[in-house]
Design a protein around this ligand. Structure first.
Ligand code: NAD
Ligand code: TYD
Length: 351
């Protein structure tokens, strides 16, 4: 069946993997990528598919309601997969306003456009909102987030994502908009902007720079390979039930310090260094304000109802990831421009 799908934030980390999957798997679909190309957006992530007939790129901001409406009129979308967001917790601590604007107002613009354009005839339509496990807050040593866990966001980033999730559900209950939401744990893999822990650490290891670990490195995250997230998005978009929420996770919890030791061990081997050399770069720095202790996901709903499960183990995924960053030095170097250096200096060196 032919479909025209709007994917927002497709030039970013996860969005680019979702676009690649859809472009290659569904040649009959037309995929329109709406992305403002903020510091995190990079069309180089999509170079291999950008000349395909079923792909269109629209540079634009989801906070611009007029533009969003114009695109709905121009393309008559059947579905929306909404990933565009400000996504980095540390930036949300220093600049919450941008997060409120993009993550909340941007989402409302998309919801309004979908509702107005589809004119309450929602057959075969779908609005899919991509969210994060961070909306559930922070866990102690025990337990997991499930789809019924009460929201308890604790950073400006997670609060803005929680607000957008609530608005998406409000449009379901009030207007019957056919929505679906997924909340995913921390992703890792190729093309992630090096402000996030894993690509930042790999890049610093490579250049013999200190690897900054917040606090004592005891915070725990659940890591999922980005292509497994993209596979889940495909499944939920096509098979998920309207009005439902699905949690997606890797069942792969690590403390930050254990994760970094693992990266160092693999990097030593790949870079021909003596074992233990890279881990000497580990440097404990001032903790993140309000740093959530632990995230862990119970993903049994999507596994049991839709048959999703991760396709790679963490050992396989992290090996491929490190290899990709080491092989794609040009990609990294082109991202590390003046504005990245300035961000880095403010975040780490001026403390
Ligand atoms: P990212 O920061 O790598 O990419 C975000 C993309 O959105 C960029 O291409 C950027 O240019 C675009 N964008 C930002 N503001 C925009 C605006 N106003 N208008 C149009 N485009 C805009 O983010 P990511 O890590 O790929 O995350 C994608 C989505 O997945 C986000 O909604 C995020 O909350 C969610 N998520 C991320 C993770 C993770 O571990 N990275 C985990 C769970 C959920
Ligand atoms: P991050 O990749 O920013 O993802 P999130 O905050 O959304 O989970 O951070 C992952 C973990 O690593 C988190 O506990 C914060 C920590 N961290 C560091 O210790 N040092 C760093 O330089 C960064 C960016 C993160």
């Amino acid at each position: 069946m032919q479909k025209t799908i709007l994917i927002t934030g497709g030039a970013g980390f996860i969005g680019s993997h979702v676009i690649r999957l859809f472009i290659n798997k569904y040649p009959d679909y037309k995929i329109v990528n709406l992305d403002a190309l903020t510091y995190a957006g990079n069309l180089e992530n999509l170079e291999d598919i950008s000349s395909k007939d079923n792909y269109r790129f629209e540079k634009g901001d989801i906070t611009d309601a007029e533009l969003v409406n114009t695109l709905f009129k121009k393309y008559a979308f059947d579905g929306v997969i909404h990933l565009a967001a400000e996504s980095h917790v540390d930036r949300s601590i220093s600049d919450p306003g941008t997060f409120i604007k993009t993550n909340i107002l941007g989402t409302v613009n998309l919801l309004n456009a979908a509702r107005n354009f589809w004119k309450d005839n929602f057959e075969n339509k779908r609005f899919y909102h991509i969210s994060t496990d961070e909306v559930y807050g922070s866990l102690g040593n025990e337990g997991f987030f499930s789809e019924t866990t009460a929201y308890d966001p604790r950073s400006p980033y997670s609060a803005s994502k929680a607000s957008s999730d609530h608005l998406v559900r409000a449009y379901l209950h009030t207007y019957k908009l056919p929505v679906v939401i997924t909340n995913c744990s921390n992703n890792y893999g190729p093309n992630q902007f090096p402000e996030k822990l894993i690509p930042l650490a790999i890049n610093n290891i490579k250049h013999n720079k200190p690897i900054p670990i917040y606090g004592k490195g005891e915070n725990i995250r659940d890591w999922l390979y980005v292509i497994d997230h993209a596979n889940a998005v495909d499944l939920v978009f096509h098979k998920g039930k309207n009005g439902e929420t699905y949690n997606i996770g890797g069942n792969n919890e690590r403390t930050n310090i254990a994760l970094i030791h693992k990266l160092c061990e693999i990097a030593d081997r790949k870079l021909g260094r003596k074992p233990g050399v890279s881990s000497k770069l580990i440097t404990f720095v001032k903790d993140r304000a309000g740093h959530d202790l632990r995230y862990a996901i119970d993903s049994s709903k999507i596994q049991n109802e839709l048959g999703w499960k991760p396709s790679v183990t963490f050992d396989e995924g992290i090996e491929k990831t490190i290899e990709w960053y080491l092989q794609n030095e040009g990609w990294m170097n082109r991202i590390i421009d003046g504005s990245y250096e300035k961000y880095y200096e403010n975040q780490y060196e001026k403390r």
